[in-house]
Structure formats: C-alpha cells, structure tokens
Design a protein around this ligand. Structure first.
Ligand code: ATP
Ligand code: MG
Length: 240
C-alpha cells in the first residue's frame, strides 16, 4: 500500500504541491488526471525522492520521506517517467538487462511477496513487439515501441508498485489500447499502479479509482462512474 499524507513539494522557492493525500492499494490502478501544469509529474517525482518534500509518504508501512531516490528504487517501486526512460545507444536487450539489474539490487522484499521479476524470455513473450527488435538500438524504435520498452524495462525488476507518467502521450490508438491491457494485466497480478494520464477514456476504462489534480491539490477523488457523472468537475479541471 502506498500512502501519501499532506504531501507538499516544489522547485526551489516555488511550491507546486499544496498538500496531497491519497492511497494506492495492491491490485488497484489509481489514475491521476489533470491539465498541463497541474502538478502530476511533480507528484511522481516527490514519491520517487527526486524533490525535497514535506508531509508523509509511506510504502508498505515504511516512510520514504527521508530516503534518497536510489534507496526508494530498491523497495520494489518501478517508475516510468514522462520522458520515456530508455538508453538510445543501447540495444533493446541491453536496456532490459539494466532493468533486471535494478531488480537484483532490490533490498526489502517481504518474503510473502510474489516474485514478479521477468526473465528476458518472459519479457519478449509478453512484449512480443520487442522480440524482433532485440538487437536494435533503442533510439531506432518508434515512439510506441520505446514506450513499451520503457514499461517492460520497469517490469523486469518485478515491482510491487509502478508509477507511470503519461505512457500514452502522442501514441496511436492501437498502442494506447495495448498499454491499457498491459497495465490491466499487471494490476490483476496484484501490482499497485499509479497512472498519470491525460486521456479520460483510458482512465475510465482501466482505473478502479480516479483522482483529479488542479493547481497542486486533488479536486476530485472517486470511482470512474462518479467522474463520468461529475460534468462540472470535468469541465472545470479537465476539458480544454
Ligand atoms: N524542473 C522544474 N523547475 C521549476 N518548475 C517546474 C519544473 N518542473 C515543473 N515545474 C512547474 O511545476 C508545475 C507543475 O508541473 P508538472 O510537470 O508537475 O505538471 P503536470 O501536471 O505533470 O503537467 P504536464 O505533464 O502536462 O506538463 C508547473 O507550473 C511547472 O511549470
Ligand atoms: Mg507531467
């Protein structure tokens, strides 16, 4: 379980998050929607320890607030940033090896936790688009393939929590649907997923709960059905 209590964070003197409280449970996708600049990526960076932050962030009962990014990454938390985390000059396979190494560096895995770490064979089975490209430099892949590689790399370590920042931005509808299915399968295996998104349709179809962020606070939290019915919230905080 990921728990955020009154989390505040920002850049230098300017505060962006003004007290965010939320939870993500195992086997649940929580989507965070919001307009450009609402603070969603800042929330992801605050959880991952990349920014000074106040308030409380807990993962499986342990406080993350005073840990450094490399320590947080070893606790079974996978992060796919909005920049798509692939190393262009390295091949697809080398990128996946790096993800596997991150998994081996992992420290505190509770003995009861399912071991979801992937072998290369399993990765290419699950991400069949990547198999024929295994020896190609990541930079030569299409945008959609790079996003799949970035996701797959994060999954190599078998995270129990995955934070994914706008995985579908700029991608064709077919790839968007594919990413939705991958996240849904992952959730079904018990992973907790924090999905930062722009696309209301994807959030409605794969999340169990939706949070809407506006100017650094949550202005809505509830089930997809509740947001589908809350047209005033959608007009004020989501639609352009
Ligand atoms: N590195 C940074 N330094 C200073 N300010 C930043 C930095 N990154 C983001 N900001 C500011 O923080 C605010 C929130 O940005 P954030 O990236 O969290 O938004 P977002 O919700 O992810 O939106 P989007 O991804 O659509 O741009 C914005 O006002 C942005 O200008
Ligand atoms: Mg962002």
């Amino acid at each position: 379980m990921l728990e955020l209590i009154d989390v505040r964070a920002g850049y230098g003197g300017s505060r962006v998050l003004h007290g965010v409280t939320m939870r993500v449970a195992p086997g649940e996708i929580v989507a965070v929607l919001g307009r450009n600049g609402a603070g969603r990526s800042t929330l992801a960076r605050a959880i991952m320890g990349q920014l000074p932050r106040e308030g409380e962030i807990r993962w499986q009962g342990q406080s993350l607030t005073s840990l450094a990014p490399h320590q947080i990454a070893r606790l079974g938390i996978g992060y796919v940033p909005e920049t798509r985390d692939v190393f262009g000059p390295l091949t697809v396979m080398q990128n996946l090896w790096l993800g596997q190494r991150a998994g081996k560096a992992r420290t505190a895995r509770p003995p009861s936790a399912a071991d979801r770490a992937l072998t290369l064979a399993q990765a290419f089975e699950r991400f069949e688009e990547l198999a024929p490209r295994r020896d190609a430099p990541a930079a030569s892949l299409s945008g959609g393939e790079q996003q799949l590689l970035s996701l797959c790399r994060a999954m190599m370590a078998g995270p129990d929590l995955l934070i994914v920042d706008e995985p579908t931005e700029g991608l064709a509808p077919r790839v968007v649907a594919r990413i939705g299915r991958i996240l849904t399968d992952l959730r079904a295996s018990g992973v907790a997923i924090l999905l930062i998104e722009q696309k209301l349709s994807l959030a409605l179809s794969c999340a169990q709960r939706i949070a809407v962020m506006g100017r650094g606070t949550l202005v809505f939290e509830g089930a997809p059905d509740a947001l589908a019915g809350a047209s005033a919230i959608r007009r004020e905080w989501l639609e352009v």
